[in-house]
Design a binder for this molecule. Structure first.
Ligand SMILES: [Cu+2]
Length: 396
């Protein structure tokens, strides 16, 4: 009984609300204070912003409460004077109509303002398919949303309580039940099946001959890129081999590793299937390339990959966006630490010829220093089998 009283107590609820509000403020202040780049001015601006909206909400609630009380008192005064009081049914009906109009305008505003902040033009094959799926789902749900809201609030207004009308008791109708069960079931089934096939295409994992394998490794706070050399194959990785020089832990017992290249920019040949092998070395990061509709977590100890085909070169996109400085970007989409915002890489989509020219100028991952560290020159200490394979690959 005591507990029931406690949770029903208005004082306890008010205290809880105040605590949650303050707690949220505190939390936001803390998360901001951990980011070094945020200046004191930014912090105070954020605090002012939060306080402003909390205050605005409280003032609006107070105004509604005061207006309601004034109406109630006016109503009672009228009744005391023997006059007819307010018709509360009409007031509530009009409130519903106002709510419908304001709510629909709010939805329209949200679509036009927030909608314009949606993702940029898709620059990959599967990106277009995902966008189509998103558009179809949004349009269908939007139609249902508008119709049901108009019906709901329209009925509340047109059939508001009245002394001249009696409510019609309508307990059950099988036909209506069937319609509103079968129609959504069919529409949802179509959406789910359509989504299932799109998802299957997006997550296509079958290896193909022309796939360009690129390794991307996330660590606090940068992305490392590794391209295959002339053999078109990337050498295997083993985290136990990681050293300051062999940052990715490339296994040089694997001959495919010898001609691997490291790069600063993620350069992709247009219209070619890219297989991005995703690794992480410390915490969970996330490879995010919004233009290509690519996002996949980089999980330490759990290599993943994603295959996609870029369709629009950077040069074409510069013309389309009318922005000569346009660059595709790769971000980290997991808040992975204090300098998370630093994890950005330029992605450049080029023609096949430009790609071949670029790749020919990339530095080998196996630097001279690394060769020394791995004792590549020390012929006596290596076994004859490994030595010959090393020589073979290095002479390529
Ligand atoms: Cu990260």
């Amino acid at each position: 009984m005591g507990f029931k009283k406690l949770i029903n107590s208005k004082k306890t609820l008010s205290l809880l609300a105040a605590f949650v509000l303050l707690g949220t403020n505190q939390l936001m202040a803390q998360s901001v204070s951990t980011a070094d780049s945020v200046s004191a001015a930014d912090k105070s601006a954020m605090w002012t912003g939060v306080a402003y909206y909390v205050l605005l909400f409280l003032v609006a609630s107070l105004c509604v409460a005061i207006f309601g009380k004034i109406l109630k008192i006016y109503d009672i005064t009228l009744k005391i004077q023997g006059k007819k009081g307010f018709n509360w049914n009409n007031i509530m009906g009009i409130c519903c109509l106002v709510f419908l109009i304001v709510g629909l305008y709010g939805a329209y505003w949200s679509l036009t303002v927030q909608g314009s902040m949606s993702l940029p033009e898709a620059a990959s094959v599967h990106g277009v398919a995902i966008d189509d799926m998103f558009t179809v789902t949004t349009v269908l749900t939007l139609i249902v949303f508008v119709i049901t809201q108009i019906l709901l609030f329209g009925f509340l207004f047109f059939y508001r309580g009245s002394d001249k009308r009696r409510a019609y008791f309508y307990p059950h109708n099988n036909t209506i039940e069937k319609i509103w069960t079968v129609v959504p079931a069919i529409v949802l089934t179509i959406l789910v099946v359509f989504g299932f096939f799109t998802w299957q295409k997006v997550m296509d994992t079958t290896p193909a001959k022309g796939d360009l394998n690129i390794d991307i490794t996330g660590h606090q706070f940068a992305w490392e890129l590794r391209y295959p050399g002339k053999d078109g194959k990337l050498g295997s990785l083993d985290y136990t081999l990681t050293t300051p020089l062999n940052k990715l832990g490339v296994n040089f017992k694997d001959r495919n590793s010898f001609d691997d290249l490291s790069a600063d920019t993620l350069v992709l040949p247009v219209n070619r299937s890219i297989r991005l092998n995703i690794h992480a070395q410390d915490v969970i990061h996330s490879v995010y390339m919004p233009h290509f509709r690519v996002q996949l977590n980089a999980v330490p100890g759990l290599p993943t990959f994603f295959k996609f085909v870029p369709t629009i070169t950077t040069a074409e996109m510069r013309v389309r966006t009318d922005n000569p400085k346009f660059e595709y970007l790769l971000y980290c989409n997991k808040i992975c630490g204090t300098a998370h915002y630093n994890m950005q890489r330029v992605v450049r989509v080029v023609t096949e010829a430009e790609y071949q020219d670029w790749i020919a100028h990339q530095k080998p991952y196996l630097t001279d220093q690394l060769k020394k560290e791995l004792k590549f020159a020390d012929t006596k200490s290596t076994t004859s089998g490994q030595l010959s394979s090393n020589r073979l690959a290095l002479n390529n």
